[in-house]
Design a protein around this ligand. Structure first.
Ligand SMILES: Cc1cc2nc3c(=O)[nH]c(=O)nc-3n(C[C@H](O)[C@H](O)[C@H](O)COP(=O)(O)OP(=O)(O)OC[C@H]3O[C@@H](n4cnc5c(N)ncnc54)[C@H](O)[C@@H]3O)c2cc1C
Ligand code: SF4
Length: 401
């Protein structure tokens, strides 16, 4: 691990040096020495733009050297429920196989739970070389401590060079705990992963509010850990014949102890999530009133899809937060999406640009949404959406006649 060290003695004009930091993370202490405060984002601008040797990245004393040859394999944490793998696990397996083809490593899978064996069997059709199964009644429900202990046991036993975890509610709880236990880095919500030279995993994700794509590596620790959201990667096709060896593993009873007791599990009523639908009609700030969402919902229903929205509308309560598309919302890949009154900020398009067909309605012909749209409808949504509804109703009537 690296840390930033400031050598005040090498700085002639200390006040001028403070202004180099765009985040206000440099200040003078009572002795006039330059110190770093909690606002530091480790952007290294002070290292590059300061006087030579004034700000330097140094290895922390506790950083342990690792031998890359000891770490081999692209590992996937396969989340499962009632013996069925979560679809994000298949998407990660597809990516792991691509990465492994470049680095010449094996693909290994960790799966745990009460009926993990059933899910493990189905994963043999998706390209894993080895599937490590931890099947225990204590792992029936997700609890962070025992799951993290199993994960740690898996990593210490298999020593994978990279570990991919789905950025699901469970994956988001688990991955940072595991990374902290084994003293390695973690990049959350990657939108792309590439295999670099010498097996370095290049973890790509939006940064600074989505305005840049950061390429992050973990050069001084193993494994290299990344979480990836559902629907970001492509799931591989199911193979005709199974491959991959299933290996049963056990942890000690102590590792399964948890401070959390599950008293009752109440399943939520079945709900269709916007990630899972083929057609989406998404509303943005061009929709002025909550009541106007009715026409968006009706259009979505006539097209056999669901309504979604940009962040300002979710914040205004026009739709629930789980219908927000974008960087801080959901990533969707429908067959067809129609955006209505959405400008097309990078933060919005980060969540929908991989849809098969994109159509956009906007009064502004220069709106950035038209850069990603396949079909541009320049005009007022308050005229176009009712017209579409009218035409679709007419067509429906004609079909049912
Ligand atoms: C860290 C961060 C994360 C973010 N995450 C997200 C996210 O996940 N999702 C998200 O959506 N945003 C996100 N944002 C906010 C984002 O930057 C934009 O502010 C937001 O996407 C704008 O939403 P909008 O397109 O609905 O509104 P606007 O940008 O205001 O666009 C409204 C559009 O409607 C058009 N319009 C107006 N009236 C009509 C009409 N009658 N007919 C047709 N068109 C009309 C206008 O021409 C305009 O283009 C995030 C921002 C930050 C900093
Ligand atoms: S690394 Fe970046 S954020 Fe930290 S003190 Fe230097 S310039 Fe500021």
């Amino acid at each position: 691990m690296e840390r930033l060290v400031i050598h005040s003695e090498k700085i002639a004009d200390r006040r001028a040096f403070l202004s180099i930091c765009p985040f206000g993370a440099l200040e003078l202490d009572e002795k006039g020495e330059v110190v770093i405060n909690a606002a530091c984002r480790m952007c290294r601008i002070c290292v590059k733009n300061g006087p030579p040797g004034a700000a330097v990245m140094e290895n922390a004393a506790d950083a342990k050297a690792f031998n890359a040859a000891d770490w081999n394999g692209i590992a996937v944490y396969a989340e499962q429920e009632a013996g069925k793998p979560h679809p994000v696990s298949l998407e990660l397996l597809g990516k792991a196989s691509e990465l492994a083809a470049v680095s010449g490593e094996r693909v290994i899978v960790l799966i745990c739970g009460e009926n993990a064996g059933d899910a493990a069997e189905s994963l043999r059709y998706y390209g894993a070389d080895e599937i490590y199964v931890y099947e225990r009644a204590e792992l029936k429900y997700f609890r962070a401590e025992p799951y993290a202990a199993v994960f740690e046991h898996f990593i210490k036993g298999t020593k994978p060079s990279s570990v991919l975890v789905g950025a699901t509610p469970y994956g988001r709880q688990l991955a940072p705990r595991v990374a902290a236990r084994i003293n390695t880095g973690l990049t959350a919500d990657c939108t792309a992963l590439e295999m670099g030279e010498k097996g370095d995993l290049v973890q790509i994700r939006p940064a600074f509010g989505g305005n840049i794509m950061a390429e992050i590596t973990t050069p001084r620790a193993r494994p290299q850990m990344a979480t990836v959201r559902y629907k970001v990667m492509n799931a591989p096709k199911r193979r005709e014949t199974p491959v991959g060896v299933i290996k049963q593993r056990r942890v000690s009873d102590n590792a399964l102890v948890s401070g959390v007791e599950i008293i009752e599990v109440k399943p939520k009523p079945a709900e269709m999530y916007i990630e899972d639908v083929d057609v989406i009609v998404a509303a943005g700030r061009g929709v002025k009133k909550q009541a106007d969402m009715n026409m968006i919902k009706e259009l979505a229903a006539l097209l056999g899809g669901q309504a979604a929205c940009s962040r300002p509308l979710a914040e205004a309560g026009f739709l629930s937060a789980n219908r927000q598309i974008g960087l801080s919302g959901r990533t969707v890949r429908p067959k067809f999406i129609l955006t209505c009154g959405i400008s097309g900020s990078v933060q919005f398009t980060a969540g929908m640009s991989k849809a098969d067909v994109i159509a956009a309605i906007n009064t502004d012909s220069k709106a950035p949404i038209f850069r990603v749209a396949h079909y541009a409808i320049i005009g007022d949504l308050y005229q176009i959406v009712p017209e579409m509804i009218h035409k679709l109703r007419e067509r429906k009537k004609a079909v049912t006649r």
